[in-house]
Design a protein around this ligand. Sequence first.
Ligand code: NAD
Length: 483
Amino acid sequence: MTTDLWFDPTLCLIGGEWRPATSGRTLPLVNPSDGSEICQIARGETADIDAAVEAAQAALDGEWGRMPAFERGRLLTRLGQLVLDKVDELAAIEAADVGKPLTQARADAVALARYCEFYGGAADKIHGETIPYLDGYTVYSLREPHGVTGHIVPWNYPMQIIGRSVGAALTMGNAAVLKPAEEACLTALAFADLAVQAGFPAGSLNVVPGIGAEAGAALSAHPGIHHISFTGSVATGALVQQAAGKNVVPVTLELGGKSPQLVFDDADLDAALPFLVNAGIQNAGQTCSASSRILVQRGVYETVKSRMAEAYGALTVGPACDDLRVGPLISNRQKEIVTGFLDKGADLTIAGQGVLVDHAPDTGAYVRPTLFADVPADHTLARDEIFGPVQVLIPFDTEEEAVRIANSTDYGLVASIWSRDGARQMRLAKQLHAGQVFINNYGAGGGVELPFGGVGKSGHGREKGFEALYGFSQLKTVAAYHG
Ligand code: NAD
């Protein structure tokens, strides 16, 4: 696949200037569809993070810090339009960089534009309150930015995660330092270029690509950062929280999950089936909110199993530019992790598997989507996040058993209930450990308006929707005594 870039991918954006990493070092970016090198990217390190944080602080002390909320909103809205104008280019770049089939990559670019539109419109609609208090006082609250915000973004949904995290931070008047993933950072650089075109002042958005243990660690430990938003693995999230904790900096963590769908005997199976499968194989299963566990009540278990197995048989896997249902994983390293899990399932029954197209290069990071049946709820495949196109079917008898199994992992990101029983829907929506619960759907189209985040090892804090704007700001209480 040829990818035309309209920006120089070897540079960082710091203080409104595009410049190479201070060390002059670069890293190769690999196309996971065939293993070829797309280009080199900057290998930012501590010196670059220092410069980016300094530039962000200077922006807060200058034009950006004084800009009225409605003007920030206008910039975001303009940025959303520029993203929309480039949707096809962004999709092609993401397809090459992440291996995402073009249709899915395009949906991410449209979502990025939606975040800019949503937050652009919200910028001047967030405000403090007046608080009734003692005689002689007037008390009110002010919503203020944290200051310099750090954003550590993974490779699975760069555009969506940048939109929800950087978009919300800028809306509230923070100045952002973004560290994209070393495996996929081209759309972060494209976004930064469009932000410059939209008129964001120098230093309001800075982007430093680089390795996690270098640029990422420097960002999370930086004393000049006032808030960190991290999306990625539990292990790295814990490191980021620990580093930020030393500076007493608040952290939002979004760390993935093992999200269940609960299918009851009274479910509308025709409606459920597409969601049951798609939630497991979208983006080749590399989705924090992927549904990797399908819990099915005994009365419909065999039907669901055979219908899902049939759907798996029709799944084709191949290069991102073929725009099939499933593309490659992000890297051969990720392929090793996922095949390691498949090996651990050697004692289980495979109910269905997708098909790899003949012309898929051997050098690509392909894994056939795999559906395991009759999986014990305590099996590693039913408990651990695989981050690949793998789903497990777990039978259950009673509602209580279903809830117990659903809540039995360390994670709690999302869950869904497939049932026509309204009372059960309400009951389970309360009982399930998750940050989002869906009733007779899964994902609700991923709406930018819907607050998102987890409980347990899925993390803490909420992004998306208005809720993110509270997270990316702090409340100041002003109490005036006037007698
Ligand atoms: P990771 O958590 O290591 O990387 C995510 C981001 O953190 C990247 O930008 C990376 O550069 C950065 N990072 C890495 N080490 C860092 C450090 N010490 N300090 C600060 N930042 C650091 O994830 P990974 O290695 O790319 O993937 C490993 C596993 O993580 C996957 O198999 C999957 O289970 C999980 N994962 C989850 C999500 C999610 O959306 N929840 C996204 C990506 C990966």
